[in-house]
Design a protein around this ligand. Structure first.
Ligand SMILES: [Zn+2]
Length: 420
């Protein structure tokens, strides 16, 4: 097994590949570049070495700080590193404000100028990075187990602050997913070492490893003995026990395969803690034990269904009682009611049209939300009434001469005026 090789084109030494637990280092400024992301000018700093992992392999870049308190630079500047990218072996660190020629620092005071040859200190946001390491190694465990057992491949991986997703080219049922999650946590409990290998070309031919892309040059392999062997450039924990917990949070059918949303380590713990609070809240609200909250919610939904049915019946009765108060010799009748079931509304209009000679309508809704209307007549063309509402109030709807329906926004008063 060869040692880590540094190729000539690698301008920046990747300390994160040599030691993922290094959170801080001193570095020399090689070059300062200006760029523009469309929103404003940015400054990119190229260094001779870095602890910052650049975006790659589905993992978001590290964030942290660049400090100009080292030897040879002006004193006292702390710049936030907002992005880290790698292209052609060159790693660029985007810093939040322009340090060339100075400027005002976010913390107040003048930013010192930064120039090639200056020595700076780099510090990554370690809590965030460690969480990325827990999730990335957790993903390798899941992908490796799945590949070994079902032959499916991980064809897409995304690890950011908000989510960790893993796309696979096959489908697992619920039981298989629970078993996969169980097996992954067994690997965590066994606290297996996670090894980083830099095999020679000859050694490489003897390995069977997972890889999403064709790799040129030195291949970096991450091995979890008996679990997984995968080509990967990213940062990983030393032993699987540091992951603590692997959770498959959600699964979706995706592109003929599946997308697994996963959560590992501190994120998984925080998720479980939040879920525990929600379960406790629902348990309290439904007055059921935590194991019985499903029954509690089902009981409430049944109750709501019964109440809705009862409400419909009462609505029906109230509406027909109201009909009895309308003088029978009235020709046109327009009733305004609150939110009403459409079936009740239609029956009511039919009954009105049977008993009154002119045009009859029922408007269901309120002045604030507008009204849904059904209008009917056995002697006249209802569409004429619709026309009035459309012309004066922009009502929408349509139908036949004997019955129309639609909706209109306006107050009861404005609708009555339009109809008169
Ligand atoms: Zn990886």
């Amino acid at each position: 097994m060869s040692d880590k090789k540094q190729t000539a084109c690698d301008l920046t030494r990747k300390l994160y590949e040599e030691d993922a637990y290094l959170s801080r280092c001193e570095a020399k400024v090689l070059e300062i570049r200006k760029s523009d992301d469309g929103k404003g000018s940015l400054t990119e700093v190229i260094l001779d070495r870095t602890v910052f992992f650049p975006e790659g392999g589905g993992q978001s870049p590290d964030r942290g700080w660049l400090m100009t308190s080292g030897n040879g630079a002006a004193e006292g500047g702390v710049y936030e590193v907002t992005d880290v990218q790698i292209a052609d072996g060159v790693i660029s660190h985007t810093i939040a404000i322009n340090p060339v020629g100075g400027g005002v620092l976010a913390s107040g005071g003048n930013a010192p100028a930064l120039k090639p040859g200056d020595t700076v200190m780099l510090q990554i946001d370690w809590e965030r990075r460690f969480s990325f390491m827990q999730n990335h190694t957790g993903e390798h465990i899941l992908s490796g187990l799945m590949h070994n057992k079902y032959g499916f491949d991980n064809i897409g991986f995304h690890l950011s602050d908000n989510s960790v997703t893993l796309d696979i080219n096959g489908q697992l049922d619920e039981e298989q997913i629970l078993q996969l999650e169980w097996d992954a946590n067994e690997v965590v409990y066994r606290n297996i070492p996670v090894e980083i290998l830099y095999p020679s070309d000859e050694e490489l031919t003897q390995y069977t490893y997972r890889s999403k892309i064709e790799i040129e040059g030195q291949v970096r392999l991450v091995r979890i003995p008996d679990v997984d062997l995968c080509a990967c450039c990213a940062t990983h924990v030393h032993r699987t026990g540091e992951i603590g917990l692997v959770k498959i949070v959600r699964v979706l059918k995706f592109n003929g395969g599946m997308r697994l949303f996963i959560s590992c380590g501190r994120r998984a713990f925080e998720l479980v803690q939040r879920h525990q609070q929600r379960v406790e809240e629902v348990s309290h609200l439904t007055n059921r034990s935590q194991d019985e909250i499903g029954d509690g919610v089902r009981h409430l939904l049944d109750e709501i269904g019964r109440l809705k049915q009862k409400n419909r019946e009462l609505e029906y009765k109230a509406a027909f009682l109201r009909l009895e108060t309308i003088p029978s010799d009235l020709k046109d009748v327009f009733l305004f009611v609150g939110e009403m079931d459409t079936i009740v509304q239609r029956n009511l209009v039919n009954r009105l049209a049977e008993e009154h000679e002119g045009v009859c309508g029922v408007f269901s809704g309120s002045d604030e939300t507008g009204y849904r209307y059904i209008i009917a007549s056995r002697t006249q063309d209802s569409r004429e009434t619709q026309k009035k509402l459309r012309e004066k109030l922009g009502a929408k709807g349509g139908g036949k001469p004997e019955m129309i329906q639609g909706s209109v926004s306006g107050t009861k008063e404005s609708i009555e005026r339009a109809l008169s």
